[in-house]
Design a protein around this ligand. Structure first.
Ligand SMILES: Nc1nc2c(ncn2[C@@H]2O[C@H](COP(=O)(O)OP(=O)(O)OP(=O)(O)O)[C@@H](O)[C@H]2O)c(=O)[nH]1
Ligand SMILES: [Mg+2]
Length: 212
């Protein structure tokens, strides 16, 4: 079993839609979740890099599909957040479309990390995201983010509640606690990504047709 070195992760590209992404090969694990849930922060914490993914207090910071490479053919993806109301309609439409296309058409997307604020988990769109992944046979790791905002008793209670809710999806859905601020749950995230990058089959790039 390889333990990938996430500190070596580097930026590849930001794309407005899937047509601007590199070849659909290898394995991608995407970080999805409501706007402001802490997706970009989690990527920075995992990779131990302060500014790899851009974070912001203002929801809706990540509007493009941002690709990062851990090693050849192993990529992490910072997706635009969903569910933020106070964004101009046109902008929202564009980025939700990019998100939908990415989820439906990107074959190398093989693992999904769904981040939810531990104080408001499993909103409708979060449930839709998990249900869609289960339906598509994509394993899910739910991270309950900003766990530092709750005392340990309340934290455990939320974890148990969400774990119970996760069972109902009837798929490969695990739930862990996470805090970028206090570096909680980073090992759990790293172990999960290691197992996905090691065990999932990946997509083999199509050879360009050569003339005989
Ligand atoms: N207390 C606390 N705050 C956090 C944590 N993680 C993120 N934040 C804060 O939450 C806000 C949003 O974080 P981002 O990482 O930018 O969230 P995002 O999910 O990438 O947001 P979008 O790109 O808008 O979808 C920032 O102000 C972060 O500093 C955490 O673990 N604890
Ligand atoms: Mg972001």
């Amino acid at each position: 079993m390889t333990n990938w070195n996430y500190q070596l992760t580097h930026f590849v590209t930001s794309a407005p839609d899937i047509r601007h992404l590199p070849a659909d090969s290898g394995i991608e694990v995407a970080f999805a979740g409501r706007s402001n849930a802490g997706k970009s922060s989690a990527l920075n914490t995992l990779t131990n890099q302060r500014n790899l993914a851009r974070t912001s207090k203002t929801p809706g910071r990540t509007q493009l599909i941002n690709l990062f490479e851990v090693a050849e053919g192993k990529r992490l993806v910072d997706l635009p957040g969903y569910g933020y109301a106070e964004v101009p309609e046109e902008m929202k439409r564009k980025w939700q479309q990019a998100l939908g296309e990415y989820l439906q058409m990107r074959h190398c997307l093989q693992g999904l990390v769904v981040l939810m604020d531990i104080r408001h988990p499993m909103k409708d769109l979060d449930q839709q995201m998990v249900a869609w992944a289960v339906d598509s046979h994509i394993p899910v790791l739910v991270l309950l983010t900003k766990a530092d905002k709750l005392a340990s008793g309340a934290r455990k209670k939320q974890l148990n509640l969400v774990r119970e809710a996760a069972i109902a999806f009837n798929g490969d859905v695990e739930v862990e606690i996470f805090s970028s601020l206090k570096k909680m749950g980073v090992d759990k995230l790293r172990n999960k990504l290691d197992s996905w990058f090691n065990d999932l089959p990946g997509i083999v790039a199509e050879e360009p047709e050569t003339e005989a």
